[in-house]
Design a protein around this ligand. Structure first.
Ligand code: G6P
Length: 368
């Protein structure tokens, strides 16, 4: 197929910068802008109202998009969500009530474990809905409903634009579910849809932090280990930040729920291990701030990714503070994905690594 890097050094850079455009395109497919409503571009063979549970399975970055959506489905639509990596889900013989919803997330639509999970769910009489980027894929063919992401071809092995498009689609699904279940009023929906409409512009704004992040990445490249922390929807983002960094720079990185700091990783804190904290100013911001204080008190060096309000309120000395534009807390994870992608990218490039083709990894894992 034809794909070129345009003016970028790597596909990954090009794909990071395409996000305002492809998220906008995806959004236009799922949202009626003038009505301020989500309008799904497909009919559902079930009613969200009747669901007792959603089971999500996926792998890698797609799994982390799914994990963020668990917070959205539970908060906006009050549906219990269980989520697992597909390699576990496919073998653990999870009891599934017939007529429930099994949801899959995959860029390629060909990942062996996710496909096997989809087949298990079909056999267990679940409604199957797959968020996929490749509409001709095996998973798209075998699912009851395809929710397509319009990210375009993604070449970089480390997923970037597919991830933010998956988040966009999953959030519209959670909003549609909230409306159907009566947990989201028309005004609340309009507020969320307005926030969503602002996302492409905010993503462009977020890209303007690139120069600061590039400079910071020189520091990060000296680290042997990096810890990422976050709460709520920033927790899966912490996992995603660590995943991205280890995949392309080969620096060991771990993501942790900030509240788990005390239960292990705090033992590792010293001045040599940067701690990257993702903390937009949301309802649990204060909780994350106290975790940062615990890190600072032990000589840990913090990179804080927050928004304008958060930056004003922490009052902590950090190695760097990356200030994202302020946004509705629900859409914050879509926005905050950008600095963690850029940080991993620039660190790996500075270290001379092949970011588009990292060692031992494949774009699509079609064998077990
Ligand atoms: C591989 C890729 C990741 C991707 C994962 C799931 O590990 O390197 O970037 O997130 O597979 O792929 P999928 O196509 O199912 O989203």
């Amino acid at each position: 197929f034809m794909a070129d890097k345009g003016n970028f050094r790597h596909f990954m850079a090009k794909e990071i910068h395409e996000q305002p455009e492809v998220v906008g395109r995806t959004l236009a497919h799922y949202v009626n802008f003038s009505a301020g409503r989500v309008e799904l571009p497909f009919a559902l063979p079930f009613d969200f109202k009747d669901l007792k549970r959603i089971s999500i399975s996926a792998c890698g970055t797609a799994y982390l998009a799914g994990l963020i959506s668990k917070y959205w489905f539970e908060r906006l639509a009050r549906i219990p969500v269980e989520i697992d990596v597909a390699s576990e889900f496919r073998y653990r013989e999870a009891p599934l009530e017939p007529g429930s919803l099994a949801l899959f997330v995959s860029q390629s639509g060909e990942t062996a474990d996710t496909l096997a999970s989809l087949r298990y769910a079909s056999a267990e009489k679940q409604h199957t809905l797959s968020v996929v980027n490749v509409p001709t894929s095996t998973m798209a063919r075998e699912s009851n409903v395809i929710a397509q992401t319009l990210a375009g071809v993604e070449v970089g092995v480390a997923s970037t634009k597919a991830f933010t498009c998956q988040l966009t689609v999953l959030l519209t699904l959670a909003i549609a579910a909230g409306r159907a279940r009566g947990t989201l009023s028309a005004e609340a929906e309009k507020e969320l849809v307005d926030a969503l409409i602002g996302v492409p512009g905010l993503l462009s704004e977020a890209m303007k932090r690139e120069h600061q992040i590039e400079i910071l990445s020189r520091e990060l490249s000296k680290a042997q280990d990096v810890l990422y922390l976050g709460r709520g929807t920033s927790y899966p983002l912490a996992l995603e930040g660590a995943l991205k960094l280890k995949e392309i720079s080969y620096i060991h990185a771990e993501g942790y729920a900030a509240g788990e700091l005390k239960h292990g990783p705090i033992a590792l804190i010293d001045e040599t291990m940067p701690v990257i904290v993702i903390a937009p100013h949301d309802h649990i911001f204060e909780k994350t701030v106290s975790n940062m204080q615990e890190v600072a008190a032990r000589g840990g060096r913090i990179v804080l990714i927050t928004d304008e309000k958060g930056a004003l309120e922490t009052g902590l000395d950090t190695m760097a503070t990356i200030v994202m534009p302020s946004a509705h807390p629900i859409i914050a994870p879509i926005l905050h994905a950008v600095p963690i992608q850029l940080l991993a990218y620039h660190t790996a490039v500075f270290m001379g690594k092949d970011v588009d083709q990292p060692r031992n990894l494949a774009k699509s894992v079609t064998v077990e």
